[in-house]
Design a protein around this ligand. Structure first.
Ligand SMILES: C[S@@+](CC[C@H](N)C(=O)[O-])C[C@H]1O[C@@H](n2cnc3c(N)ncnc32)[C@H](O)[C@@H]1O
Length: 216
């Protein structure tokens, strides 16, 4: 990964250890020539810089869509473990990570390859019809939003495309269950086959079905 972009990724606010970010970069470089990359859960742009750098490295024509309502997940709200008061819009009293996301992407020089899609994930996925070369799922980590993201987005992964799930913890002592449940659901559905595990990242390749087909 380009040294300058790596420095931007490391400096960005967010939830992405460097080794997992570099996995995103490596897998993004592999998949960007074949179609769009899409992440669910952009927050302040940290994973978007790793994936955007991959699009840049792969050459002309690629794109990363970053879907987020930018109001924060449950654990980002006031009083919760991952709350950052500097990300609250004081006039409306709600989290707003979009300005920080835009600043991160601008400063990294990736505005031409990273497109913010601002909205509720389920609303956007219900209208989405474009096959995805790589889908990175890192949105709401509660049971309901995590499964809704899987059901709404995973069908759009193209044949040989990749589904990457973050925060998969087989041991409940290490973290919440829903991303692990989604990972098991993807394997059980028969459309995906695991190809890599690193930290809490799981990488699955679509080995059956076509975009839009149910994935279990
Ligand atoms: C764990 S953070 C993403 C971290 C980011 N990938 C990084 O590298 O730092 C989860 C993000 O998902 C977003 N999110 C949660 N539920 C959502 C939903 N239902 N629709 C859209 N965005 C959602 C939150 O606003 C938050 O920014």
């Amino acid at each position: 990964m380009d040294d300058g972009l790596l420095a931007h990724a490391r400096a960005a606010t967010g939830f992405m250890p460097d080794d997992e970010g570099l996995l995103l970069f490596r897998r993004g470089v592999e998949r960007a020539p074949h179609g769009p990359l899409l992440e669910v859960g952009s927050y302040c742009g940290k994973s978007a810089v790793y994936l955007g750098a991959a699009v840049r490295a792969a050459g002309a024509g690629g794109v990363l869509f970053g879907v987020d309502h930018h109001r924060g997940s449950e654990e980002n709200q006031a009083g919760w473990e991952h709350h950052d008061a500097s990300l609250v819009d004081p006039e409306v009293g709600l989290m707003d990570t979009l300005p920080r996301f835009r600043r991160t992407v601008h400063d990294a020089g990736l505005e031409d390859v990273v497109v913010a899609v601002v909205g509720e994930s389920r609303t956007v996925s219900a209208h989405w019809r474009t096959p995805l070369s790589l889908l990175f799922v890192d949105g709401g980590h509660g049971r309901e939003p995590a499964h809704a993201d899987y059901a709404g987005w995973a069908p759009w992964v193209m044949a040989d495309g990749l589904l990457v799930v973050h925060d998969v913890f087989p041991d409940p002592a290490d973290g919440g269950r829903p991303p692990y449940e989604v990972y098991l659901r993807a394997l059980a559905g028969g459309a995906f086959t695991e190809v890599e595990a690193l930290g809490s990242m799981r990488v699955l390749r679509r080995t059956a079905g076509s975009p839009g087909d149910p994935v279990g």
